[in-house]
Ligand binder design. Structure first.
Ligand SMILES: Nc1nc2c(ncn2[C@@H]2O[C@H](COP(=O)(O)OP(=O)(O)OP(=O)(O)O)[C@@H](O)[C@H]2O)c(=O)[nH]1
Ligand SMILES: [Mg+2]
Length: 388
């Protein structure tokens, strides 16, 4: 299996086109090769040989078993080990017959990147929340002086996966310097080319949606469109600053108010699907006595864009790892099921494969060996172990 993937990957673009033709037309053997050659616009050396003819049979089986998404992800992951990312990105962009969703996924597999956008007023705990999730100080906490309008991003690498965290200071602050919304909008459009996860962060102990938060919601809506809110999670910090007796009410009420504001731009349907979660970066638990990190991780993971889900899973695998019996982020059975479902979707395009099939993806007879995809499948299997 690995051998066939390796051969096809070594062919470069002609190999990819062959796979695409076979998957989309059902053609095999010489007919598939002829058809791929026509698309490539002329004899492309590597497709001509007997050797290629020999593997189309196996390729047909692999495609039937694992689907085009996983096969292409695997081929590009393999190619990214030896070919320049830039070149591959441009190639993916021009691939025929492939949905833009799959193109985004393929691009993320090779550039191994995930982009978080943080929205919220100064001092609400945006940086602290990132640090809580990742389990280390990646973002500077505290001393920020909100004086200039800027967009700050910092990149952090975890096991080869890049996490790009984009902070939007000033967006939700009534600063004189910020003044011009159009300018901030242009800045955001220029500096944030893509987004996988957006956190709208606000303190739970505040009572209303402030004018600057409203303005932030408007600007975010204009930058990313309604679609941007599909990747959003509303994060309430300082959960323990609200008395336990008023905690649930505060959470419900504030969620409602913020969603109503978002609905003005994104519509009720999208606004109503946005989950909210209460956290406290100075405490492991919220006033209801529950450990919040598992729920927070799950909500962020489930909401992350389809293309970002696999890089995020790969980046987080070690900090979730339950193999030592000491999980930093522990998930209950329901949370595990939600995370597994999302990984399934990312790996095999939403087909309802069970654990047995995901297991088959890996290893000698499978299609995935090592790399980012291997890490993700490893996480899946770990979550699948009972009493893990
Ligand atoms: N009690 C409590 N304190 C928090 C919480 N989150 C953050 N803090 C504290 O609030 C202060 C500001 O936190 P940051 O994470 O720097 O806030 P920020 O939103 O990133 O701020 P800017 O980068 O200035 O926009 C720090 O002193 C944190 O320790 C929380 O959930 N509970
Ligand atoms: Mg910060």
């Amino acid at each position: 299996m690995e051998e066939v993937i390796r051969k096809v990957a070594a062919m470069g673009l002609p190999g990819v086109i062959l796979v695409v033709v076979m998957a989309t037309t059902g053609l095999t053997g010489a007919a598939a090769i002829t058809s791929a050659l026509a698309i490539l616009g002329g004899p492309a050396g590597m497709l001509g040989g007997i050797a290629v003819l020999g593997i189309t049979g196996t390729l047909t089986d692999i495609l039937a078993k694992f689907g085009i998404e996983l096969v292409l992800m695997r081929i590009y992951e393999k190619r990214s080990e030896i070919e320049p990312i830039e070149k591959l990105t441009q190639e993916i962009d021009k691939l025929p017959f492939i949905s833009s969703g799959l193109k985004r996924k393929l691009t993320r597999i090779i550039d191994k990147k995930i982009v978080f956008v943080l929205v919220g007023r100064t001092g609400v705990g945006k940086s602290s929340t990132v640090n809580s999730l990742l389990g280390r100080e990646v973002a500077k906490v505290g001393n920020y002086e909100p004086t200039t309008m800027s967009i700050e991003s910092y990149e952090y690498e975890e096991k080869g996966t890049k996490l790009l965290i984009i902070d939007t200071p000033g967006l939700c602050d009534d600063l004189e310097e910020v003044g011009n919304d159009q300018e901030y909008l242009n800045l955001m459009r220029a500096k944030i080319p893509q987004m996988d996860s957006m956190w709208f962060v606000s303190r739970l102990d505040e009572t209303r949606v402030t004018n600057d938060e409203k303005r932030g919601i408007k600007l975010v809506s204009e930058t990313f469109g309604a679609k941007g809110w599909e990747y959003a999670v509303i994060v309430f910090t300082f959960a323990n600053s609200v008395p336990a007796s008023r905690y649930q009410e505060a959470l419900d009420k504030r969620t409602e108010l913020i969603k109503r504001e978002i609905a003005k731009y994104a519509g009720e349907d999208i606004a109503n699907t946005i989950p909210s979660v209460a956290v406290d970066n100075n405490n492991q638990t919220t006033p209801d006595g529950k450990q919040w990190l598992g729920e927070f991780f799950t909500k962020v993971f489930v909401r992350v864009s389809e293309s970002g889900s696999l890089p995020l899973a790969a980046a987080m695998k070690d900090s979730l790892s339950t193999s030592t019996g000491e999980a930093r982020i522990s998930l209950n059975e329901q949370q595990k099921a939600e995370v597994k479902k999302k990984i399934n979707k990312g790996l095999i395009g939403g087909l309802a494969y069970g654990g047995a099939v995901v297991g088959q993806i890996l290893g000698p007879g499978g299609i995935v060996v090592g790399g980012l995809l291997g890490t993700v499948v490893g996480l899946w299997l770990e979550l699948d172990r009972k009493n893990a």
